[in-house]
Design a protein around this ligand. Structure first.
Ligand SMILES: [Fe+2]
Length: 418
């Protein structure tokens, strides 16, 4: 009997989410929030562009009001390199903070997570990076408190257990993933996103849409192998009835607000919509997983330093096309959630409409036309496909078995999208 049970797929799912606070004015409460976590001295991680935008002032005046000692590290990089994270760790060691506040996009929040990990437990960054590049060591326990305040609506890093590092010399982006990396509190205040430029809004918004579509169509939890022990059940454990609620809503919300947020940056209703849509998408994908667009995007980002959101955006139509035969019904749902009229269509025709809808949205908001427009060279496709195979953690979510040849075909097809 036990032998038979070992051969069966998983039959259990779990669900995790960060504490969250949402609304116009939520960021004014950060001083009180960090104090309630027992932090009297904090390191505020951000980047130069966000410092210049003035939104950090909302946070610092709240910290001043509560008499919290804080030090600002404003040299976080987009797609952070290991070097920049090590610099931040050195700075943090001098300060010896009791907690962290990150104000920025996914890169800033990811940098804060990694610095928090090393400051709390020591060791080298690569000790914690997923194998085969790193040793895959889990954190020994909870990290120091971290409040994440996103200034973009997309990555979902404010509730995700993952952080990405760019190993520039190896031209490779790698991740650290563990539930202890989830920020203690996510503060979503739409005012923090109004200075986000249209191109970044489009890129981050498409990242969020790829999380939403990916988590709705990824493998179901009971289509994945049973882990040997409960502790080995991965963070991205497959879609469940609960993740479906968040992913389907996220697709609808993002489809309603992304164009508005790109073309009307100060439209607070659209900004709030995108924050909620991206957060729902993040709740869904950080439990369910994503499609192979994310795995394929990492070697591209590592090699060409292309923005994460735009990279997954240009890959998404080809990846959806590849995954479509795994479940036409699911992709027909996606078409409907995106606002397509599918009345009278067969399930196959309706499913294909989901790809058309994604391409139309990308064209409308100025996403570059395929990998070629991002500078990807056709001759690099074999190497990119090979490197993608190292991203098994993410490839495991593909609802259709995927080979190196399939990845090459997806890359070729994504060179031009419309
Ligand atoms: Fe993403």
């Amino acid at each position: 009997m036990n032998r038979l049970l070992e051969l069966l797929n998983d039959s259990v799912w779990h669900f995790a989410v960060s504490r969250v606070k949402f609304g116009i004015g939520a960021a004014d409460e950060v001083g009180c929030d960090i104090k309630s976590l027992g932090v009297k001295k904090a390191l505020l991680v951000t980047d130069e562009a966000i410092m210049k935008s003035g939104v950090v002032d909302i946070v610092t005046s709240s910290l001043d009001k509560e008499k919290i000692e804080y030090h600002i590290w404003d040299r976080a990089e987009p797609e952070p390199s290991l070097k920049s994270i090590l610099e931040c760790i050195e700075y943090a060691k001098k300060i010896d903070p009791e907690g962290f506040i990150s104000v920025g996009g996914g890169s800033v929040m990811d940098a804060a997570k990694i610095v928090d990990l090393i400051i709390t437990y020591g060791g080298d960054v690569l000790d914690y990076v997923a194998p085969p590049t790193g040793k895959g060591k889990p954190p020994e326990g909870p990290l120091k408190p971290h409040i994440a305040i996103p200034t973009t609506s997309g990555t979902g890093s404010e509730t995700s257990p993952a952080a990405v590092v760019n190993l520039v010399e190896q031209k490779l982006k790698v991740g650290i993933s563990h539930h202890f990396l989830r920020p203690t509190l996510a503060i979503l205040d739409p005012r923090m996103t109004v200075t986000c430029p249209p191109r970044v809004t489009a890129s981050a918004g498409m990242d969020a849409l790829s999380h939403a579509i990916g988590s709705y169509t990824t493998r179901r939890f009971d289509q994945k192998p049973k882990p040997k022990t409960p502790l080995e059940r991965p963070a991205y454990a497959g879609r469940t009835p609960l993740t479906d609620i968040f992913s389907s809503e996220a697709i609808k919300i993002i489809a309603s607000y992304l164009r508005r947020a790109v073309y009307h940056p100060k439209d607070l209703e659209a900004r709030a919509g995108m924050q909620i849509g991206a957060f729902y998408a993040a709740i869904a994908f950080t439990n369910a997983g994503v499609l192979p667009d994310h795995a394929i995007s990492y070697p591209i980002g590592g090699r060409y330093r292309t923005p994460h959101g735009l990279t997954v955006a240009v890959l998404l139509p080809a990846v959806m096309e590849f995954c479509l035969p795994s479940d036409y019904k699911r992709f027909a749902d996606v078409a409907r959630f995106l606002g397509e009229d599918v009345k009278g269509l067969s399930i196959f025709e309706a499913a294909h409409k989901s790809i058309e809808a994604v391409k139309r949205l990308e064209k409308d908001i100025g996403v570059p036309n395929g990998l070629e427009a991002l500078g990807v060279k056709e001759e690099d496709i074999p190497a990119l496909a090979k490197e993608t195979l190292k991203e098994q953690r993410l490839l495991a979510g593909s609802p259709r078995p995927i080979t190196e040849e399939d990845i090459k075909e997806i890359l070729r097809s994504a060179m031009k999208n419309y």
